[in-house]
Design a protein around this ligand. Structure first.
Ligand SMILES: NC(=O)C1=CN([C@@H]2O[C@H](COP(=O)(O)OP(=O)(O)OC[C@H]3O[C@@H](n4cnc5c(N)ncnc54)[C@H](O)[C@@H]3O)[C@@H](O)[C@H]2O)C=CC1
Ligand SMILES: O=C1O[C@H](COP(=O)(O)O)[C@@H](O)[C@H](O)[C@H]1O
Length: 252
């Protein structure tokens, strides 16, 4: 069923992957601090997610928030992730709760659990014959300050679910790459998320019923160390891509 969706960070890669698959499926209000470069569906709000008033106005009449806006760089410095990823995310959750929004899907990251990739486990855990698997029930274990900010976002989601009754799903997105898995990069191939699986996964986040969830956002790769069972069970995620099917592509 079509929902009224606020998509923050709409001008970025994940936002464009989602809109590429779902432009006609929902009523979109897009928000980004950068203006769109070409035609986009619905209305576009140019603004910063740390600006409470703009975020409150953007939230009016919204059923579901897909919150992507933030600094996506694994090497991002603390001042940037503190402002954009932690303060900005708190502003979005608070405004969503106040506006009576039903659900928030939060773009978390593989980097929230990056420190499980110890020297002893890698590179074997990136390969299909290794059975090491994270399933979303494990504690966050960030390997950088960006990952800390994503773990903080997951915690904010837990708080706004428990205290305000918001339905929250935190999607620990793997490596979104258009057209094919990352080249010559075993880790990236194990956590590849194709554009069409990305759009489908966030559609399920918009439409499914849940309380508070942490799921992994990757395609159905033969190589994987993140389970997608929870995304299948709770959201009805049915990925169609697999990085192994590109094994004959040059260097993949
Ligand atoms: N691309 C990937 O493979 C992955 C992405 N993610 C997360 O998904 C989200 C989107 O990532 P990408 O699309 O790759 O990044 P991107 O940099 O392409 O897009 C992010 C968008 O957010 C906007 N933005 C940033 N800070 C903002 C603020 N304070 N107010 C308003 N807009 C702001 C930017 O202008 C940009 O258009 C991020 O939160 C990132 O951490 C997580 C894991 C993997
Ligand atoms: O969270 C993110 O993760 C992906 C994959 O991480 P990488 O360190 O293997 O590149 C990254 O490409 C993306 O920029 C980031 O937001």
């Amino acid at each position: 069923m079509a929902q009224s969706v606020l998509l923050t960070g709409a001008a970025g890669r994940v936002g464009q992957a989602i809109l590429g698959g779902l432009a006609d499926d929902h009523e979109w209000r897009l928000m980004d601090r950068d203006p769109p470069t070409d035609d986009q569906p619905g209305e576009f709000v140019i603004g910063d997610i740390t600006d409470e008033e703009t975020v409150r106005e953007a939230m009016e009449g919204i059923d579901v928030v897909v919150h992507l806006a933030g600094d996506p760089r694994p090497e991002a410095p603390w001042d940037s992730v503190l402002t954009n990823n932690i303060d900005g995310t708190q502003t979005v959750f608070e405004a969503a709760a106040d506006a009576g929004v039903e659900k928030v899907a939060f773009a978390s990251s593989n980097h929230a659990v990056g420190a499980y990739e110890t020297d002893e486990r890698t590179p074997e855990m990136y390969r299909s014959d290794d059975d090491y698997l994270l399933d979303g029930s494990e504690l966050a274990r960030p390997g950088n300050l960006y990952g800390v900010s994503k773990a903080a976002g997951e915690s904010l989601g837990r708080y706004y679910h428990d205290e305000y009754g918001l339905s929250v799903v935190c999607v620990r997105i793997g490596n979104l790459t258009k057209g094919h898995p990352p080249i010559d990069y075993e880790r990236g191939q194990a956590m590849w998320l194709s554009y069409r699986d990305c759009a489908h996964l966030f559609d399920r986040c918009i439409q499914a019923d849940y309380g508070y969830e942490i799921v992994y956002g990757i395609s159905d790769n033969d190589r994987k160390y993140y389970s997608i069972d929870r995304a299948r069970e709770v959201l009805g995620y049915e990925p169609r891509d697999n990085s192994a099917e590109h094994a004959d592509d040059d260097s993949v």
